[in-house]
Design a protein around this ligand. Structure first.
Ligand code: GLN
Length: 243
C-alpha cells in the first residue's frame, strides 16, 4: 500500500510537471496595422500570417503564446528590457537591429514600395519623390528610406493605417511601405483610391526578434520554424494568407 501511494505521488508529480512545462508562456508583441502579417479582426483577435506562424512555432516549441499590442518603435526596447520575449511584426532583419536583438532565421522575403493616389501622374517611383511629402510608419525601414530622399518632408505616424489615411486624404504625396502590405491594402475600399508605383526597392527579410541573452529561446524557436517548414505547416499558413 505504501509503495502504491508513493507511486501515485510520483505519477501525480510527473503529470503536474508536464502541465507546468506546457504552461510556459511566450510573451509575444506585435503592432497590428500591417495586414496581412498582423491586424485585428472584428472580434479584436490578432490575425495574420505572422500571428499564425508565431502561434504554431510557440506550440511546436512547447509554449503557450500570449500576444499583446505594442507600438512598432517600442518593440525592440521592450525586448531589451525583457517586458516581452518575442516581437512578431513583419520586422526586417537589418544590421543595426541585429546589434541590439537576435533574429530568428528569415521567414519571409519582402521589400519596400511607393504608394500614391490613383490620379497621381508625376510620381512613377522612388526617384520621383524629391521634395515631396512622404508619410510612413515610425521606426520602420520605410521611414529610413523616406528620410534618404532629398528635400522631402517626412511625416512618421504611429501606425501604417494613419500613414495611408494621410495619403488618401490628400495630406501626403506618397507612402513608403512594405510591398506585400501595399498589395493587400490595394484590395481594400480605401486602397482603391491608391496605386503602387515603381519597382520593389531592395529585398528585405523578415525575422522574429528576441532578447540577445535569450539564446535558448532563439534556438528552440528556430528549431520549431525549421520543423514547420519541413512538415508542411509553414506552407499551409503561407497559402492561407498569400494565395
Ligand atoms: N518591415 C518593415 C520594418 O521592419 C516594416 C514593419 C512594420 O511596419 N510592421 O521596418
Amino acid at each position: 500500500m505504501k509503495k502504491l501511494a508513493m507511486l501515485a505521488v510520483i505519477v501525480l508529480m510527473g503529470i503536474s510537471a508536464t502541465c507546468m512545462a506546457a504552461e510556459k508562456i511566450l510573451r509575444v508583441a506585435t503592432e497590428p496595422t500591417f495586414a496581412p502579417f498582423e491586424f485585428t479582426d472584428d472580434k479584436g483577435e490578432f490575425v495574420g500570417f505572422d500571428m499564425d506562424l508565431i502561434r504554431a512555432m510557440g506550440k511546436e516549441a512547447g509554449y503557450k503564446v500570449e500576444i499583446q499590442h505594442i507600438g512598432f518603435d517600442a518593440l525592440i526596447p521592450s525586448l531589451q528590457t525583457n517586458i516581452i520575449d518575442c516581437a512578431a511584426s513583419g520586422i526586417t532583419i537589418t544590421e543595426a537591429r541585429s546589434k541590439v536583438v537576435t533574429f530568428s532565421a528569415p521567414y519571409y522575403t519582402a521589400g519596400l514600395q511607393v504608394l500614391v493616389s490613383v490620379g497621381n501622374t508625376d510620381i512613377k517611383g522612388y526617384t520621383d519623390l524629391k521634395g515631396k511629402k512622404i508619410a510612413c510608419q515610425i521606426g520602420t525601414t520605410g521611414e529610413n528610406k523616406s528620410r534618404q530622399v532629398d528635400g522631402a518632408t517626412v511625416v512618421a505616424y504611429n501606425t501604417n493605417v494613419e500613414a495611408c489615411m494621410e495619403l488618401v486624404n490628400g495630406g501626403a504625396d506618397a507612402v513608403i511601405n512594405d510591398a506585400p502590405v501595399i498589395a493587400f491594402y490595394l484590395k481594400t475600399p480605401a486602397g482603391k483610391k491608391c496605386k503602387a508605383v515603381g519597382d520593389i526597392l531592395e529585398a528585405e527579410e523578415y525575422g522574429f526578434a528576441f532578447n540577445k541573452n535569450n539564446v535558448k529561446l532563439t534556438k528552440d524557436m528556430n528549431k520549431a520554424l525549421a520543423t514547420l517548414k519541413k512538415n508542411g505547416e509553414y506552407d499551409k499558413i503561407y497559402a492561407k494568407w498569400f494565395n
